[in-house]
Write a protein of this length. Structure first.
Length: 186
């Protein structure tokens, strides 16, 4: 596997390194040792599957308030624009975002570090994503940020056509997290 750093500190595009022959190819989609060598979590106690039946479905932006829950996401069918937004107030890349088109065809994946917000917009009908999660689900720590937050200014290819009411009601970044005091102190 090849780990390509993104504009958000700790986030990576993950590319397969296939070994091809007349039958097709073989590639590792996850390797504990390679993740460890890249400095990423190598233990994933939970796997989730997300199916969005409609083109233009937006899920997110979701994160965990305790800064945990790294995600490794691969597309099983269809295609999506997967976005990571840095909402960690003490991060040098706070407020930045990056995206990766993940699809069954390109076989790319994305690694989202803990504490970052994540969302995706489907680019095809019947898009299915497989998530490996570094921590079990903790509903009490679940948080989110609006997909169209002006502070993040994410460049989505088009406005979502389908969204849950819960995601429509997510707060702006300034209301979702406690920002540390900036400037001089006396």
């Amino acid at each position: 596997m090849k780990f390509i750093p993104l504009a958000v500190q700790g986030a990576f595009r993950v590319e397969l390194q296939p070994h091809a022959d007349e039958r097709g190819f073989f590639a590792r989609s996850f390797c504990e040792d390679e993740f460890r060598e890249a400095g990423l979590p190598a233990h994933y106690p939970q796997a989730n599957l997300s199916l969005s039946t409609h083109y233009g479905t937006l899920r997110g932006l979701h994160f965990r308030a305790d800064g945990r829950e790294a995600k490794y996401i691969r597309c099983v069918s269809g295609a999506a624009l997967d976005v990571v937004a840095d909402v960690r107030p003490d991060s040098p890349t706070f407020g930045r975002w990056a995206s990766v088109e993940v699809s069954a065809g390109n076989r790319s994946a994305i690694f989202i570090p803990g504490g970052c917000a994540h969302g995706h917009l489907t680019l095809e009908e019947d898009t299915e994503l497989l998530y490996l999660m570094s921590d079990p689900y903790a509903p009490e720590a679940e948080r989110g940020v609006r997909w169209d937050d002006p502070t993040l200014a994410i460049e989505w290819p088009f406005a979502p056509r389908v969204m849950s009411e819960r995601d429509r009601a997510l707060p702006l970044l300034r209301d979702a997290i406690a920002l540390p005091a900036r400037g001089s102190t006396r």
